[in-house]
Design a protein around this ligand. Structure first.
Ligand code: 5RP
Length: 233
């Protein structure tokens, strides 16, 4: 979730930093590192200059992340130059016990899903506010749509049971628009991910039920961080 400075909560920020530290420890002797987008990932990027010898270059999921990486002195490459990635680290807006995610409140969902899918290992870093028993009880689902098809795709989403709201005055790095969808029936997240993707004009949805992470670092109220391994591994 993108935050304004007044929304910053010290305990949550400390948690994000701890979760990021968990993932930083995994960056060892690899070539290509994918880097997600958001306030939790910022802490991860802060730690990268100290371990630069452990990876060759990074691929960014957004222009914002690319700028932060360059500022930190990290070499940034394009996915077309690297081939598949060794590791992808990103935040999430919500996750459930089956490691299914909702992402995209920072608007980078399409590139994020591409990088997660192009990576051998996908690791999520989050504070405990992102943990839900059911995705249906969590947050709105961002859906990236072609501007040309915004109203059409919104009507199709209403037919699926969702209540889309246009994220006005916002364009993704791909030049597209976002609909934030409440009340989508999410008892079958992977089915809903496929249904959304099959609407002409939808570029991508923020439901990650197919490419789910192998590992989630989640920081709670205490000074610990939990390392959750994907249940089927
Ligand atoms: C951006 C994302 C972010 O990973 C998600 O919004 C979490 O961000 P934050 O770490 O700021 O809560 O999906 O598109």
């Amino acid at each position: 979730m993108t935050q304004s400075p007044e929304e910053v909560h010290p305990a949550a920020e400390a948690g994000k930093r701890r979760a990021a530290e968990g993932a930083l420890a995994l960056v060892r002797d690899i070539r290509f590192l994918g880097v997600g987008t958001g306030s939790t990932v910022r802490y991860f990027i802060e730690g990268l200059p100290g371990i630069q010898q452990h990876f060759e270059a990074a691929v960014a999921s957004s222009e914002q992340t690319a700028a932060l990486l360059r500022q930190a002195g990290i070499r940034v490459l394009d996915l077309n130059e690297t081939g598949d990635l060794d590791l992808y680290v990103d935040g999430a807006d919500a996750f459930d016990p089956h490691f299914r995610l909702i992402k995209g409140h920072g608007g980078a969902l399409t590139r994020e899903k591409i990088l997660a899918t192009a990576s051998r290992k996908f690791v999520v870093i989050a504070d405990s506010r992102k943990r839900f028993n059911r995705l249906a009880d969590s947050v709105a689902v961002p859906v990236e749509v072609l501007p040309f098809a915004r109203s059409f795709t919104a009507r199709q989403i209403v037919r699926l049971g969702g209540a889309p709201a246009w994220r006005e005055h916002y364009l993704t790095d791909g030049g597209n628009q976002i609909l934030d969808v409440l009340h989508l029936p999410l008892n079958d997240p992977s089915g809903m991910e496929i249904q959304l993707k099959s609407i002409p004009g939808v570029v991508e949805s923020g439901i990650f039920a197919h490419r789910i992470p192998e590992l989630i670092f989640v920081a709670g109220g205490s000074s610990t961080v939990e390392r959750l391994e994907r249940p089927d591994l």
